[in-house]
Design a protein around this ligand. Sequence first.
Ligand SMILES: [Zn+2]
Length: 216
Amino acid sequence: MHHIVQKAYIELFQKEPDFDANIKYSRAFKGFNANVRYTREVMHFRLSYQWKEISDDIKIGLIQSLLNKVFRSDKKTMNQELYEIFLKKVPTFSKKLESDPILEDSFNRMNELYFQGIFLKPNLVFGGNNFRTLGTYNYNDDTIMISSVLRKDQNLMDYVMYHEMLHMKFRYKKTGKRVVHHSKEFREWESRYHDKDVESKLKQFLRKERFLDIWF
Ligand SMILES: [Zn+2]
């Protein structure tokens, strides 16, 4: 029995549940969708992956509204109120961010050069002057973040952009249960980048910039 479902049920019906239940997070759902499937003995709650980050209080409200449907009741709790307030805020929560035009150019260049323009534009934002994390792709909010350090060099920016776009391409690639972020196939694609010296240029650039960052 999943503790969140147990808590939700007891608060709703003032008794221990007489069934088993589990919660699974699924990337197949968009936004904050969720559903429940059940047999006499087991309830399977499936929540979109975005729910993972949300607090238990709000999740309990969601589970209770699903339990109400299953048991055809319309009991109201504080948690359900929280859940309803949360849902009203969702449109602002998941809205597209402004994309930076410099990054947009870089994205379009890489999209045309390597992907026949198939990718829809994600959110594109500059991060801080980070030397260690040059770029990230977050598939929960579909955002590529590029370190501001790379503003000075278009070639290197394109290379990191290309790398993050490969994460978009390979995001569902799984080997057994482990998600392989930089699979052999990923590395093979990465090596197609037109500037074959880009890795050494990147190292050199970072060494110089780090030095400037410390001393000036
Ligand atoms: Zn990576």
